[in-house]
Structures are given as C-alpha cells and as structure tokens.
Design a protein around this ligand. Structure first.
Ligand SMILES: Cc1cc2nc3c(=O)[nH]c(=O)nc-3n(C[C@H](O)[C@H](O)[C@H](O)COP(=O)(O)OP(=O)(O)OC[C@H]3O[C@@H](n4cnc5c(N)ncnc54)[C@H](O)[C@@H]3O)c2cc1C
Length: 487
C-alpha cells in the first residue's frame, strides 16, 4: 500500500510539526470493501480478542477500520509460547533448554469456559478438537498441609459447605463486601479459605479479600453459557484467535502506542508513537473504540480530551487489575497424578494445572497461575520465584518437586515465567470489581460518549463474563453494534 493511499484511506490529518511516520507506509494488504453509506474510519485501540472482533464485525459491514496495537504482537492476553519467543522483562526463560511438552503451552488464556460460550462457538466453527477437562481430569486439593484426592475432599463436611458456598454465589443477597467477608459470614471453616481463593479470587485475577462479592454475584446471575471447561487438544489458543480474525490482521498497525484521543472536534484526533521507529504520529478518524485493559485506562497513559466523565472515572476507581503470573514448571515425572487437572488450595500458588492432561502422555508440565499480592511478591523475585513454588510443592509432596524438576546441563531448572504485570501495555491479569463496586460500573465504563468514543474489552463486559475471552468477545459485539447504531 502506498503512503499517499494510506493518507487518503484512513483520512490522516497531520498536526503541525509532526512528521508523517514512515511505518504507516508499510501497511500490508488491500483496501477494505467500499463503505455503503458511511465514508468514515473507525479506529480501534488494541488488537486483543476484543479489538480484533470489533474490527471483524465492522469490516464485514463495509466500514473502514484501523487497529492500533502498542505491542509487537496480536492477541493481547491470548499468548502461546513459541519456539521463536525471545526472553524479555515479562517473559523469563530460566534455561535455554525447551520444555518436554508435546502440546502448546499457554502463557495467558488457556481454557475455553463453556462449550456453548462465545469463544466455545469460535472453537467449534474452526473445527478444533478439544479436551473436556470435567471428564478427562480430576481436580485435587492441598488441605491441612497435605495432598487430598478429589474423592476424599468431597467427603469432608467443610469442603461440602465451601462447595455449596461456591455453587451459590449467584444467589448471594448480602451486602457489598469482599468475597472473603461473605465467606466469613457464611461460617465456612478456615480450612477451606485457600481452596475458595483458588476457585474464586485467583480465577478472577486477584484474591477473595480484594474483590466484591456483590459485583461477582450480579455478574454470575447474567451468565447463560454452560460450565463445561475445555482446552484445545492440539492447537495454540493464539493461533485459533488469529486464524478466526485473520482478515483484520492486515488492518493492524503494530508497535503503535496511542497516547491521546482528542474528540473535541468533528473529527477525532489520535496521537501516539511508533515504538519501533520512535516516530510520533497524529491521525484523524471518525470514531474510536478503546479496548485497552483497565490497568492502562486507570494509569492515565491514554489521555482523553475532554477527560473521561465522572461516571467512568468513578467506575474505574471501583475496579482494579492485579499482577498475574503464569509459570511453567517441567518435571521428569508426573508425581501428582496422571489424570490430575487442577491442584487447588495452594497459598503461594492457588492454581497448579496439569496442562497436558487429556491431551498428551507427556503430561508432566505444570502451568501455575498466581494473581493478586502473592503474584506481586513473586514478580519482584524474578527467576527466584521458581524455588518458592517448588518449596510449596515439596511440602505437599515430600520433596518430590525438587527431586523431579528437569534441569539443563548447566543445572538450570527448566521453567518459564510470563509476568503479565510487566507487559507494558497490559500491566496485570484481569479486571475485577473491588468491594463497593457493582456490575453497573462495567455498564458505565462501556457506555459510548457522544457517538464517537466507544469501549470494549473484558472489563466492559456486561454479561457476567468479565475476565474471560468470552467477555472480550461479547463486549466486541456490543461495541460494534453501538458503532453501527451511531452511524
Ligand atoms: C494468566 C491469564 C490466564 C487467563 N486464562 C483465561 C482462560 O483460561 N480462559 C479465558 O477465557 N480467559 C482467560 N484469561 C482472560 C483473557 O485472556 C482476557 O479476558 C482476554 O484475552 C482479554 O481480551 P481484551 O481484548 O479485552 O484485552 P487484551 O487481550 O489485553 O487486549 C488489549 C490490547 O490493547 C493493547 N493496548 C494497550 N494499551 C494500548 C495503547 N495505548 N495503544 C495501543 N494498544 C494498546 C494491548 O497491547 C493489548 O494487545 C486469562 C488471562 C490471564 C492474564
């Protein structure tokens, strides 16, 4: 695509003193289809699941789209480990030797939550084979400092009470307190606190102490999908996402950080920088959909002129996004159970997952997910977080973790850390509502401004699917519809 054509195509308007960046001339692919009745351009900030899907829907309507992605890759929090991945501050390789796994290793979203969910339907359309974790694996527990198999846990009356609490979150009718306070009020035994944190707080990117029970309950009341949990049998999640949205990949400007969105005038002026060339840019568009995570919106690294209204800033103040880590540990043998799915109840790491279970005989890799303050502590340790996890496993499994961990010829443990808090344009795991927050905050955050500024991304999901790929996709459908309605 020629530079002159790009200017015409996306209606670029250059501010005085800001040179046209050369990287804009490197746009690949053909022009979008002619726009029936609408000549404007819709810019999308972020090429994660929400950004790609909004672009896909609008482009299918013949609307011109352009996506600005701050990082050098597409997919956002959907990221699969590749053999070509280079170490960085946020992706730490403890050894140069590869993991022994013969299946894709997910560094972000790994599970399909609901076989009939938005993401489940995409996977079905793509005809990708899946593993039903509910039937192929069994979840086991750390309880009273020991490994407890599912069957034994299910016979424990404290466990039954905790499970009952968990299964009935959607029917909660108490005050706007933390999940942990609701657990205390329900009289659940302290023996179950860590397991409940594995099931709830950590799954939503934080801890039970930090998140609102009422907002979670209000959200879960709205969920319509089933609860079948799946993984892809053979395919990387990132490839699945990009293959579904491959038609809009050509519309993505990578390494393009949007820093200001001025929607004062008839046209919206966006300012930013291409980090690969260190060139600044400004561009005029007609509508903007912002899909950047809550952490980015809260940090103020994208400034809005005029500033975001009080409703949105209040909503943001009641939401947060905590650090989150995915640590891959590779063992010589599976000492915790070949058909084991999740190991719940850890306090250092609330979620140890046997990522090969149901899809490989080489299922001796653990994908560990830690969110909240503990993730911040481990993040600060860098590589030294790995022995801390092994120490927790050693306590439960009589030293078998240290005994079985794979090492390279230089005695380095073969492990990989994806630190989402150090991804400069994501800065954390997923959005959650703090005590005092409600589902209305997501509705307020999602609300369009002046038929010009629109919001998508998992945090703006209003169907109880926040913090998931389903939420990101549903928010994309909503925002794309709002854009179409505004034309
Ligand atoms: C460890 C972990 C495990 C998870 N597990 C699951 C799971 O099993 N199942 C599930 O369904 N979900 C899971 N999730 C959640 C899921 O990954 C996310 O909800 C979803 O991917 C979010 O998509 P999004 O488009 O809303 O945001 P993102 O994917 O974060 O996309 C936003 C994009 O905006 C870009 N951006 C930010 N600022 C700017 C800027 N200034 N200019 C330009 N671009 C910018 C970012 O680089 C990013 O690419 C997990 C998340 C994490 C972190």
């Amino acid at each position: 695509m020629k530079r002159r054509k790009v200017i015409k195509h996306i209606g670029l308007g250059l501010s005085a003193g800001i040179a046209l960046p050369g990287w804009l001339a490197s746009c690949k692919g053909d022009d979008p289809a002619p726009t029936p009745g609408y000549e404007g351009t819709v810019a999308i900030v972020g090429a994660g699941a929400a950004g790609l899907y909004t672009a896909d829907i609008l482009k299918a309507q013949g609307i011109k789209v352009i996506l600005f992605e701050a990082s050098d890759r597409l997919g956002g929090r959907v990221k699969t480990l590749k053999t070509t991945d280079k170490p960085s501050a946020s992706l730490i390789f403890n050894s140069l030797s590869p993991l022994s796994s013969d299946f894709p290793n997910e560094l972000g979203a790994g599970q399909i939550i609901g076989s009939d969910s938005s993401w489940g339907k995409v996977v079905e359309q793509l005809k990708l084979t899946t593993v039903n974790l509910g039937t192929a694996t069994t979840n086991n527990y750390f309880l009273d400092g020991a490994f407890v198999e599912s069957s034994a846990a299910e016979a424990d009356s404290d466990f039954i009470a905790a499970k009952n609490f968990f299964d009935n979150i959607a029917t909660y009718s108490g005050g706007n307190v933390s999940v942990q306070q609701a657990i205390l009020s329900a009289g659940i035994s302290p023996r179950m606190y860590a397991i409940l944190n594995s099931w709830i707080g950590n799954k939503y990117g934080t801890t039970n102490e930090r998140m609102s029970m009422l907002a979670l309950s209000d959200g879960l009341k709205l969920v319509t999908r089933n609860n079948e949990l799946q993984t892809l049998s053979d395919n990387p999640m990132q490839d699945a996402l990009l293959s579904r949205f491959s038609n809009v990949a050509v519309d993505v400007m990578s390494n393009t950080v949007v820093s200001e969105i001025d929607y004062t005038g008839e046209k919206i002026v966006m300012y930013g920088e291409n980090t690969a060339s260190a060139e600044t840019f400004s561009v005029e568009v007609d509508k903007v959909i912002v899909t950047a995570p809550v952490s980015i919106l809260k940090s103020g690294s994208i400034s809005f002129t005029p500033g975001l209204n009080a409703k949105k800033t209040a909503a943001l103040s009641r939401m947060d996004m905590d650090p989150a880590l995915r640590i891959l540990l590779d063992f010589k043998a599976n000492f915790w159970g070949a058909d084991s799915g999740f190991l719940y109840g850890g306090t250092t790491a609330p979620d140890y997952f046997t990522s090969g279970a149901g899809r490989s005989d080489v299922n001796r890799t653990m994908a560990v997910t830690i969110a909240g303050p503990e993730a911040a502590t481990l993040s600060a340790l860098g590589k030294d977080a790995i022995p801390v996890l092994l120490a927790e496993l050693d306590t439960i499994f009589d030293g078998k973790a240290t005994l079985n961990i794979r090492k390279d010829l230089n005695d380095n443990i073969i492990a990989i850390i994806q630190d989402w808090s150090l991804e400069p344009f994501i800065k954390g795991g997923m959005s959650y509502a703090k005590p005092g927050g409600t589902n209305q905050d997501r509705i307020d955050l999602a609300e369009p401004v002046n038929s010009k500024l629109f919001f998508a991304g998992e945090a703006t999901d209003v169907n109880g699917e926040f913090g998931t790929l389903n939420g990101a996709l549903l928010s994309a459908e909503r925002a794309a519809q709002e854009v179409i309605d505004s034309i």
